[in-house]
Structure formats: C-alpha cells, structure tokens
Design a binder for this molecule. Structure first.
Ligand code: FES
Length: 104
C-alpha cells in the first residue's frame, strides 16, 4: 500500500469532479457541501462510470445513465430502487500537507 497524491487542497471546491486510475482502480474524487469524497468510479446500478454524473448541492451525486441519486455521505441510493442497490464504494481520503490523496 502506498500514498497516492490526487489533488492540491487549494484546487478543491464544491462541484469538483475528477477521475483517476490508481493502482489499477478507477476512482473519482468529488467535492460537495465542502466535503471531498473518493468513490469507486462505478455506479452501483449498472456499472457505468460516474464521469458524467452530476453533483447536487444537497450532498448527492446523480448518475446520468438512469438518473439514480446517491447520498455522498452514506453512499445509499435514493428512490424506489434504494433497497435493491449496493452503496457507492468509498475510499478513505488522506491529507498530506497541501495534498489530498489515498493509500492504495
Ligand atoms: S448505471 Fe447509474 S443509474 Fe443506472
């Protein structure tokens, strides 16, 4: 396991979204409501990447493939399919001086 710097903290702002491939894993760094999240870049519904997903100010991310919204904090889907879907896979972010990254 090794630290991988993803972004300078100064560049993060609400609405930030950028995909990375780290240690063979597709991840996406997002920020909404002042909080950054690192997610597996795969929608739990049908596996579409979240590159074109929309961040919503309520702390949600909407996958634009079929419109399902997920709560960034809990990872849970909203709406009628919520009980049938896995949560978003999240990774713990690590702060290292001026950078934010992940240990993978
Ligand atoms: S693949 Fe994301 S909502 Fe269907």
């Amino acid at each position: 396991m090794a630290f991988h710097a993803l972004e300078k903290l100064i560049n993060l702002q609400d609405g930030y979204k950028r995909a990375f491939k780290i240690a063979g894993q597709d991840v996406i760094l997002v920020q909404e409501n002042g909080r950054p999240y690192l997610l597996a870049n795969t929608c739990p519904h049908m596996g579409v990447s979240l590159n074109s997903a929309t961040l919503l100010p309520q702390g949600l991310i909407r996958c634009n493939a079929h419109g399902i919204e997920f709560d960034l904090e809990s990872g849970r889907a909203l709406g009628p399919l919520s009980s049938m879907l896995e949560c978003l896979q999240k990774f713990e972010l690590v702060y290292d001086g001026p950078n934010i990254g992940v240990d993978l």
